[in-house]
Design a protein around this ligand. Structure first.
Ligand code: ADP
Ligand code: K
Ligand code: ZN
Length: 432
């Protein structure tokens, strides 16, 4: 498939040296320019001179989303506003948005990194990339846009929504690559079918999907539906936006762009570093960013890092699929439940469609979870018995996975709301 940059295949020693040099520079910059970090470091009794290599990373303070909110909007920026050429904000999935800024160099580096990801997906300048991520304060649209252009691909900046038009452009412009959330890809494919178009008949060959958790089962579903390779892209606005980590052709973990963002996995409660293979909270330190170089930013995303080499030849460490964000974790009668666990069960059941929503309520001081899943066409015309059979089957599969009795309700086809961006899988009816 080829690489975009030599950094992707550096030796582990070269990588450590490069990360160390960059970390030292970053720490000097934030100590000088961001009062928040200077104070944090002083409180911990450390100075920039204490950071001599990448092995000193764990001496540095953590940064949380709350720190960004407390310093809203520009308080953690390490450069004067005249150097800032763009602002984005997190989509606010979990509360008040946080504001992030970029210098000219940051923007160029971002485009370069997205081009690196696209290259790993096998996308080239011959491709026509339909960007159906939302444009605007959300980083998805513009992130994919500039990366695609930088690669030399033909970018179609349609943004999210307007599904009929998406389909029209896929057909008329001959788009070969679709970039959007996995849930929107599913929606687009389903809408094609409803319009009598075979979703596998288009020129599309690669999907660039991210911005929300999704499972391996969902990947298989979308690949089958659209007849494409569905590739995973991970990112978050606080660190940069899409392009922090990416699938290679092996589809066996996402390579982290660790020459720019140094990953760690910590235990979310004790904050202790976790070894390769152990799941925990993903933490990133930016070592090349100018406007907003966050130290040890706690993403609240849960995954693990994988040691060992990848047969694609890249030496960049891999992270597993995000199993969930700690904000999405439901605690139901003492059991931790992530939507992705439920998704992986539902998608294995032939009688139901890949559309579901989780309804959480508090009844008599007990949290209850109900899973609504769409039945496939035809099931409702069968005897009630077959509905019940499917519900029972899913209930027992969930029980063996979670050790929790979950109520499963099959609903009529096309009754669960479709998503044009990040899917909303949880309806929480508990009073806050
Ligand atoms: P918000 O926190 O408001 O959703 P962002 O738009 O920056 O802000 O979204 C970043 C988050 O989206 C990540 O922290 C992660 O939870 C999720 N995300 C992004 N890409 C992926 C992916 N490929 N797989 C799973 N989750 C993802
Ligand atoms: K400016
Ligand atoms: Zn690889």
């Amino acid at each position: 498939m080829g690489y975009w940059q030599k950094e992707e295949t550096m030796s582990l020693d070269e990588k450590k040296v490069l990360q160390g040099e960059r970390l030292i520079q970053t720490v000097e910059s934030v100590y000088k320019n961001v009062p928040f970090y200077k104070k944090k470091m002083q409180d911990m009794g450390i100075e920039p001179g204490d950071i001599k290599s990448i092995d000193d990373l764990s001496k540095l303070p953590f940064t949380t989303k709350q720190d960004l909110r407390d310093n809203y909007p520009y308080g953690l920026f390490a450069v004067p506003m005249e150097e800032v050429v763009r602002i984005h904000a997190s989509s606010g999935t979990t509360g008040r948005p946080t504001v992030v800024g970029y210098t000219k160099n940051d923007i160029d580096m971002w485009a370069d990194m997205v081009a690196r990801c696209f290259t790993a997906y096998g996308v080239t300048k011959k491709d026509i990339v339909q960007v159906a991520y939302g444009y605007g304060l959300f980083t998805g649209g513009l992130g994919a846009h500039y990366g695609g252009e930088h690669l030399g691909a033909t970018v179609v900046p349609i943004s999210g929504g307007n599904t009929k038009k998406q389909i029209q452009l896929i057909e008329e412009f001959g788009s070969t690559v679709l970039a959007c959330t996995p849930s929107y890809a599913l929606y687009i494919g389903e809408s094609m079918r409803n319009m009598g178009i075979d979703p596998r008949s288009t020129n599309l060959r690669v999907g660039i999907f991210g911005a929300e958790p999704w499972t391996e089962e969902m990947r298989a579903e979308i690949e089958d539906l659209l007849g494409i390779q569905a590739m995973n892209i991970y990112g978050l606005s606080e660190i940069m936006g899409p392009g922090v980590a990416f699938d290679c052709e092996e589809k066996n973990g996402l390579h982290v762009n660790e020459d720019h963002f140094v990953p760690e996995i910590i235990h979310p409660d004790t904050l202790e570093g976790q070894p390769y293979g152990k799941e925990g909270e993903l933490v990133f330190t930016c070592v090349t960013k100018e406007a907003l170089p966050l130290l040890r930013y706690r993403t609240r995303d849960l995954t693990s890092l994988q040691g060992g080499t990848c047969s694609c030849g890249r030496t960049l460490v891999r992270m597993g699929r995000i199993t969930g964000r700690s904000d999405d974790m439901l605690i139901i009668r003492g059991v931790n439940v992530f939507p992705s666990q439920i998704e992986s069960v539902i998608l294995k059941v032939a009688e139901v469609a890949p559309h579901y929503v989780l309804i959480v309520e508090r009844i008599n001081n007990l949290d209850t979870l109900e899973v609504w899943v769409e039945a496939k066409e035809g099931l409702f015309t069968d005897a009630i018995k077959s509905l019940e059979k499917v519900e029972k089957h899913i209930t027992s599969e969930l029980f063996s996975l979670l050790g929790l009795h979950v109520k499963v309700k099959l609903v009529e086809p096309k009754t669960i709301e479709r998503s044009e961006g990040k899917a909303k899988r949880i309806i929480d009816k508990r009073k806050k």
